[in-house]
Design a protein around this ligand. Structure first.
Ligand code: PMP
Length: 430
């Protein structure tokens, strides 16, 4: 007997709540039974009926060391006993100071050296754009254009949304967007004439892999080629590591894989281990310098949110970074990545699978859409009955467990995807 009244919770949810990126008519329909998640442990989650699932998308790509981790729990509790939140406007606090130092120390000295706190990936990107615009205006340069890559995704606030997910956000008119030049490749940037190049303030990229586009990998060398192009043309490089940061691609940061240091890096999602909303916009000396002069009329960045530098979030993030050391998270990753790839290779031959794309501990299993346009959603729904929770992107099933996932759980997750595909795509089991 569960301690939760699932029916009452579901009814109240349908009555009072509006869920993100969700067709609410379908959600609220009487036949829809929402899964009410009540508990987690490591890579597992339990619903209010006591059913166990593998957290197959790391709770929307955030979770790193697992749910309910004693080390992160203890750090949050310790901070909670002192104070949960204080203003970062005009004041500071120890966890925010320590976290800034710890994150800066992850990069070579004198490169990315200054931390600006926001609440989530979108606002971390948003402030990156504001900083860049103000930086060029202080310099007296007219560089009005931002460049982003087609099919990229950088969040939902107006600025971030202008950079990516164009089709989705422009559905109801584009009055939220500001001018962004979309390109498909670095070669297209190289083809721009010098006048156009000189107008570019910054290029924003999801390094190594476009996540929300369906786990689409960049050809190797794209990021380093882009760095070289930005250096030649004099514009800034913003690396959106909201998804790829903190081990997801196999290294601490995706940029390391191509030995690239961007001018700005945005971190979110996994920063707190997937516990609390917090993001960091990490800035190079060069960009920070004009904001730090002691002139009588100083340059001020007029940007910030009420929960900036939240002490609980920073304490969780510090504990998460400690866990990378304590549990040697990165050292254990290459075996897990190899194991996932071996498991997925057997799924590749499935007649309903069009393509499988993998980058580190994330994979996109693209299904053939000939039978149904909603095949991805149908497969993810069917996977629940096999103990796997995840969400599709179009007809691609995303598999992105927490980094703490065990080999046996990877087996279970891939088996659940296979069973789900069998059910929705082919009546008979293979
Ligand atoms: N950038 C990237 C690469 C993302 O994948 C996301 C979210 N999926 C964001 C930014 C936005 O982050 P958030 O949802 O925390 O605002």
């Amino acid at each position: 007997m569960s301690e939760w009244d699932t029916a009452a919770l579901a009814a109240a949810d349908k009555r009072y709540v509006w869920h993100p990126f969700t067709p609410m008519g379908e959600w609220c329909a009487s036949e829809h039974e929402p899964i009410v998640l009540v508990r987690g442990e490591g890579a597992l989650l339990w619903d209010s009926n006591g059913r166990e699932y593998i957290d197959g998308n790391a709770s929307i790509w955030t979770n790193i060391h697992g749910h309910n981790h004693p080390h992160i729990n203890a750090a949050i509790r310790r901070q909670l006993e002192r104070v949960a939140h204080t203003s970062f406007l005009g004041f500071t606090n120890p966890p925010a100071i320590e976290l800034a130092r710890a994150v800066v120390n992850l990069f070579p000295a004198g490169t990315l050296s200054r931390v600006f706190y926001s609440d989530d990936g979108s606002t971390g990107i948003e402030v990156a754009l504001r900083i860049v615009a103000q930086f060029w205006s202080i310099n007296g340069d007219s560089r009005p254009d931002f460049v982003a890559f087609k099919s990229g995704y950088h969040g939902d606030t107006a600025g971030a949304a202008s950079l990516g997910a164009a089709a989705m956000f422009q559905k109801n008119g584009s009055r939220w967007s500001f001018p962004v030049r979309q390109v498909g490749s670095v070669a297209q940037l190289e083809a721009l004439d010098s006048e156009d190049q000189a107008k570019i303030a910054a290029v924003v990229i999801e390094p190594l892999v476009q996540g929300a586009a369906g786990i689409r990998l960049w050809p190797s060398g794209t990021l380093s080629g882009l760095r070289r192009w930005c250096d030649r043309s004099g514009c800034l490089l913003i690396a959106d590591e909201v998804l790829t940061g903190f081990g997801r691609t196999g290294r601490m940061f995706a940029c390391e894989q191509e030995a690239v240091i961007p001018d700005i890096m945005v971190l979110g999602k996994g920063l707190t281990g997937g516990y609390l909303p917090l993001s960091i916009t990490l800035i190079s000396d060069k960009i920070f310098r004009p904001f730090s002069s002691d002139e009588t009329d100083p340059e001020i960045l007029f940007y910030g949110h009420s929960y900036a530098g939240n002490a609980l979030g920073c304490a969780a993030a510090l504990a998460s970074l400690e866990l990378f050391e304590i549990e040697q998270t990165l050292a254990a990753l290459s075996d897990k990545i190899g194991h996932l790839s071996a498991e997925l290779s057997r799924l590749k031959e499935h007649p309903a699978v069009a393509e499988i794309r993998q980058c580190g501990l994330m994979a996109g299993i693209e299904l053939r859409a000939d039978r149904s346009e909603r095949i991805g959603a149908e497969a993810c729904l069917a996977a629940r009955a096999h103990g796997l929770l995840t969400r599709p992107i179009g007809n691609t099933v995303v598999l992105m467990p927490p980094l703490c996932v065990a080999a046996s759980q990877i087996n279970r997750a891939v088996a659940a995807v296979r069973n789900a595909i069998d059910e929705v795509c082919c009546a008979a089991r293979r």
